[in-house]
Design a protein around this ligand. Structure first.
Ligand code: F6P
Length: 380
């Protein structure tokens, strides 16, 4: 019988965090279980900083709220944790034993880890060290292994679709190529799905290294048919056949301690080259954090609620070291061991990188086939 649980929200924020927290908290209240929340994700676990959520005013009325009421931290890897000393020096330390001690002393029977692949890698590693973890898959990129969908993704696609609709107006009025850069470091789900829902003409994703000449050909063909404008969606992680992804060093982050590069800029490269190749004027818009903030869509509210309630159900059944998932449309769970794939070593690569177990767009996915069927150029 579990009596006391804690929630931890980790990684970049996205719509649905609070809806999951609410669902866990409400299921706790239904079952007379105490519910707590660690402040700022894994940082709260290290610092033993948590608050009570059941019965609390702070955790009420949060279904529609963006962000996370208990905060979240990026690049807080407990196995390689950045410690800043009084003399100004910085060391990276394995603080996982401290986390295990904190959880045991607090008496938490389960810690729910809401986050992406990096968060779930740490959850799996901490499970092997004796903490009862249950993961809930989050990320706008939709790239967590073993699940059809992560919470936050649908809202991001919705925001991107609205942006494409608005860019269409300018494209058509001024005979321009309007490029929209969306998030998606290694997986192009947002770009692909929003290109379909927004009626874009070209979609460039990381899984298909592109030939800019192919994209230009598609736009020139439209021009010949009297359409002197085009809308192009580019994943931030897309790249040409013979070039690397566009990244910038993230200041002060050790590569083992988190994501040491930032993405962004690929859309500008595409816009510039398409202008040269088509003679049409072009502009790039980088959608950025708009995709992560604000109220979740109805779909994400329901998905988050299902995930939260399922996570609590699993905890009450004593099933730990698992991740809630949607498989073929059904709510289910898988072992965190499957989620980390070959990334087995405790404390090694924590995810969020090309080496971690990312769920890519596959060439036989319905979205790829549909895009090709209706003539969206994928740059190949
Ligand atoms: O993983 C989600 C994501 O939104 C990526 O698509 C993006 O590259 C990254 O987070 C940016 O994160 P931040 O700037 O918050 O570190």
């Amino acid at each position: 019988m579990i009596k006391k649980v804690a929630i931890l929200a980790n990684g970049g924020d996205c719509s649905g965090f609070n809806a999951v927290i609410r669902a866990i908290k409400k299921t706790c209240e239904t079952n007379g279980i105490e519910c707590y929340g660690y402040i700022d994700g894994y940082r709260g676990l290290v610092n033993n900083n948590y608050i009570r959520l059941d019965g609390s005013e702070k955790a009420s009325g949060i279904l529609t709220k963006g962000g996370s009421i208990i905060g979240s931290s990026t690049n807080a890897i407990v196995f390689h944790y950045k410690v800043e000393h009084e003399d100004g020096t910085v060391t990276y330390e394995d603080l996982s034993d401290q986390c295990v001690k904190n959880v045991k002393e607090a008496g938490f029977d389960c810690v729910f880890t809401l986050g992406g692949d990096s968060t779930q890698k740490s959850a799996r590693d901490l499970f092997l060290k004796g903490i009862n973890t249950i993961g809930v898959p989050k990320t706008i990129d939709n790239d967590v292994a073993c699940t059809d969908i992560t919470f936050g993704y649908n809202t991001a696609v919705h925001v991107a679709t609205e942006a494409i609709d608005r860019l269409h107006t300018t494209a058509e009025t001024h005979d321009r190529i309007m490029v929209l850069e969306v998030m998606g470091r290694f997986a192009g789900w947002i770009a692909l799905e929003s290109a379909i829902s927004g009626g874009a003409d070209v979609a460039l994703i990381p899984e298909i290294p592109y030939d800019i000449n192919k994209a230009a050909e598609a736009i020139n063909k439209r021009k010949e048919n009297g359409k002197r404008f085009s809308v192009v969606v580019v994943s931030e992680g897309a790249h040409p056949i013979n070039a690397e992804q566009t990244t910038h060093a993230a200041e002060g982050i050790d590569s083992k301690a988190g994501i040491s590069v930032k993405f962004g800029g690929e859309g500008n490269r595409v816009a510039k080259e398409l202008k040269e190749l088509t003679g049409l004027d072009s502009r790039c818009t980088i959608l950025g954090y708009m995709q992560r903030g604000g109220t979740p869509t109805a779909y994400d509210r329901v998905l988050s609620t299902k995930y939260g309630a399922k996570a609590m159900e699993l905890a009450m059944e004593g099933k730990f070291g698992v991740l809630t998932v949607i498989k073929n449309g059904k709510l289910d769970y898988v072992s965190l061991e499957d989620v980390v794939g070959e990334n087995k070593e405790i404390g090694a690569v924590q995810g969020g990188t090309a080496e971690s177990n990312v769920r890519y767009v596959t060439m036989d996915d319905d979205l790829v086939k549909t895009a090709r069927d209706i003539g969206i150029c994928l740059g190949d």
